[in-house]
Design a protein around this ligand. Sequence first.
Ligand code: LLP
Length: 491
Amino acid sequence: MSVQTGNTASPLAPEWLAVPADLNALQEPMWAGSVQRNGLGELTVGGRSVSELKQQFGTPLFVMDEADFRARARAFKDSFDAAFADICGGVDVYYAGKSFLCSAVVKWVEEEGLCLDTASGGELAVAARAGIAGERVALHGNNKSDAELNRALDMGLGRIVVDSLSELARVGDIAQSRGEQAKVMLRLTPGVHAHTHEFIATAHEDQKFGLSMAADTTEQAGLSAAEEAVAAASAHPGIDLLGLHCHIGSQIFEPDGFALAAEKLLRFLAAMQEKYSIVMPELDLGGGYGIAYTPVDTPRPAADIATAMAAVVRSTCAELGIESPRISIEPGRAIVGSTTFTLYEVGTLKTVRVDTPAASGGREDGNNVTYPRRYVSVDGGMSDNARPVLYDADYSAILASRTSAAAPQLSRVVGKHCESGDIVVRDVYLPEDVAAGDLLAVPGTGAYCWALSSNYNYLARPGVVAVRDGSARLIVRGETEEDLLNRDMGV
Ligand code: LLP
């Protein structure tokens, strides 16, 4: 048996993973705008070094670049406003709070001229605490409770996005009994399949969300659930029907799916306006714009997506002879995802030797070549980033507390949970000399990481620190052991 080491590509690495020319370089576009290395070789963000952050706040830690968050929020607002200026006077951008939400972020969203998309009573509670005007908030959900609907009405929400016929009746009746009208949009499933992981594609028929646009999807012959909802909503005294909504999936790079969904919804909107003699002044095209998790991901700038979508809205409205409704969108990941990296401390290291994969010429005589794979354990794991386990999501990582001239070694960054699937970064080249006590940074963890975090194995959830202009402040504090024991009712 022979053993291979060195700095060439490992046959164990996936095809997409290249050996970086420089292991110390920050590969675009995975990192927030202010992240760089200082003279000592340490990563800094917003002017603060990772060792300072580690000392002040501990690890693991979500480190967010506040200026970068604001810039990405503004980029969506400005580029969609510009692309749609002549079509509908601009676009309302609803930041999808499910991706990451806390009071500070609500404030930033408001200050940058965006609105907020929420998906539960709890998210509404955060919005209320942050003091954002109710009219700038939307509420989603396929199973909203009466309490959530009442809370939405109490807060004077700008829109409640209704997901089903039964919910529509409930919203209307609740609002009517309060002597009010609920501002409602109808979430439709336009049957557009986005090229993404199955679990996060949401606009096809065989899933729980939305009202189907396919004919004969209700008891009434020939009528789609979507049409039945339009008819019912426009007739209900407790409902002010603003318009239609769709969300075709998540982590989507190409604008074609968004454009196709926009076209389908506009055709339907025009037909319904004519048939029921109504005007629906709003159309929401959801979120789902992709970001870079690894060097091979190629997200489009917001301006490119905006231009592509605007072209379709412009031409479809012209063809249909209708005035364009006011367009809105709901990006979450594309605003917050790349603003944040998770800072971990390295602990245990172990290298295993793995047989040549058959595809790379495994030999039947038992005299196989083996290749090293190093397991780098960090002080967090699937409790602060469930996405690799849930969606097979790939991430990247870099040595953050120093530079290194050592050779690249194929590594797997793993957590400290009692579970072999507890992987943070499945495949990444890290310097051979990475050692216990080093700090690693995993970029692209701003969206759906803290939000999906858990206390598995009684690990405390990490805090989130926002760094800007040389100052760092906790926007969500990390949990303490006391927090963990708080809800245990004792013996
Ligand atoms: N609007 C609606 C109605 C949504 O359901 C979602 C996401 C968004 C907007 C925002 O999508 P974004 O722009 O962030 O892709 N946990 C999964 C993603 C679930 C997305 C759920 N809905 C993940 O970690 O990939």
